[in-house]
Design a protein around this ligand. Structure first.
Ligand code: ZN
Length: 333
């Protein structure tokens, strides 16, 4: 009996050592992943002033996003590699001794969504992991409304497809179109703030910026109980003063549909479907009938490609991002 216990203990010790090594490899992976992810955030902070664009389409931004996005997608693979090393341990067949390890991994993983997902596949072989797909998500966003003839058509397509979107509304339209805002909110969509009168905030004084943001937020809350609504500055125009004055997350975009420019449903469809990827925030305007036409095609197409259409808030939450006031978010990656 004692000999058996000793053997078990020995086994347990060796298992603990192996798991310790696995934990070290995972931590190293996390550090590398975190460093790369961090540099991406720095890129996102670049100041963009797109004041000369008629709507929010921000050409400068497109070049900014394409570079950083490639790096993060590559990193998770490096972090995932530790998993195969787990397999030999299972061969030792430690029956109950395995239980402590997942807990250790869980603690470390809480910082990084990718590894959490990997942890779910704990027992899976590498081949199985590659075939198992994670739910892809995008957030459709509509600025400058509400404008019932267009907004209500978009709301119907969203509802028919069990999908949600985010509407960055302009405060001075609120009284006239209050009912549309209420409907959008009641149907599960997110209402964001796009200032009271669609001014370029980089050209305003601090108290004027506050008025544009806070008064509009009050009007939104008369129709939709959102508290401090997420904010999108008109023309995508931001500065350090704007960021420090606005006390909510600033939501930008990673795909510009250019709907304000093309006013063509096929062009909008191509622009979105040609570039979309997991975690994107897509910029549109619920002012143009052609945008509603495009949504009748784009929304079912995105769903058939495996995307879930969620609000910006849901996207950030699902991707493990806790949005902070005065910080700019371009996507959910
Ligand atoms: Zn706008």
């Amino acid at each position: 009996m004692r000999q058996q216990q000793r053997r078990r203990r020995k086994k347990n010790y060796s298992i603990q050592i192996i798991w310790g090594m696995v934990a070290i490899v995972t931590i190293l992976g996390l550090i590398v992943g975190f460093k790369l992810g961090f540099s991406d955030n720095n890129n996102n902070d670049t100041i963009v002033n797109a004041a000369d664009h008629p709507a929010d389409g921000d050409k400068n931004y497109v070049t900014l996003t394409t570079t950083p996005t490639t790096t993060p997608t590559a990193t998770p693979t490096a972090t995932i590699t530790p998993t195969p090393t787990l397999v030999p341990t299972q061969v030792v067949e430690p029956t109950k001794a395995v239980t402590p390890t997942p807990q250790v991994l869980n603690e470390i993983d809480s910082n990084q969504e990718d590894i959490n997902i990997d942890n779910d596949n704990f027992a899976a072989t590498p081949e199985e992991e590659s075939t198992k797909e994670v739910q892809k998500m995008v957030a459709l966003t509509f600025d400058d409304g509400p404008y019932p003839p267009v907004t209500e058509r978009i709301l119907k397509v969203l509802k028919d497809n069990d999908s949600h979107a985010t509407f960055f509304v302009v405060g001075n339209r609120m009284e006239t179109y209050a009912q549309t805002v209420q409907q959008a909110f009641e149907e599960g969509n997110q209402i964001g703030n796009h200032t009271f009168s669609h001014k370029d905030l980089t050209k305003l004084k601090v108290n004027e910026i506050e008025y544009e943001v806070e008064y509009s937020n009050d009007l939104i809350n008369e129709n939709a109980d959102v508290g401090n609504a997420y904010f999108r500055p008109p023309y995508g125009a931001k500065s350090d003063i704007v960021k420090s004055t606005v006390k909510v997350p600033l939501i930008f975009w990673s795909v510009d549909s250019l709907d304000w420019k093309s006013r063509d449903k096929d062009a909008i469809y191509k622009e979105i479907m040609g570039t979309v990827k997991d975690g994107d925030i897509i910029l549109m305007h619920d002012l143009y009938p052609t945008t509603a036409d495009a949504m009748e095609k784009v929304i079912p197409a995105l769903i058939s490609e495996g995307y879930k259409l969620v609000t910006v808030q849901e996207l950030l939450e699902a991707k493990g991002i806790a949005p902070e006031a005065g910080t700019v978010y371009y996507n959910g990656r």
